[in-house]
Design a protein around this ligand. Sequence first.
Ligand SMILES: [Zn+2]
Length: 77
Amino acid sequence: MDHRDIWKEIELQDCPICGGPALLEEENGWCWYVTCADCGSHTVESPYKTEADALSAAQQAANLWNMGKVIKEQRAE
Ligand SMILES: [Zn+2]
């Protein structure tokens, strides 16, 4: 599957921390994570080894996000 189609497949809810818009990000062709455009909270990385695994890895990251399993961005006071 083409990576551009993966972005179309993945459904993301708004940020569980602040309600901001979610972004599916790819890291150097080996993993996915979801991050919030507003507060920077993010999921853990969901790695994949082959193109065949890329969609399921992206769905895994999306599932973590949609369940609220996110790492809250620590901001300096
Ligand atoms: Zn947020």
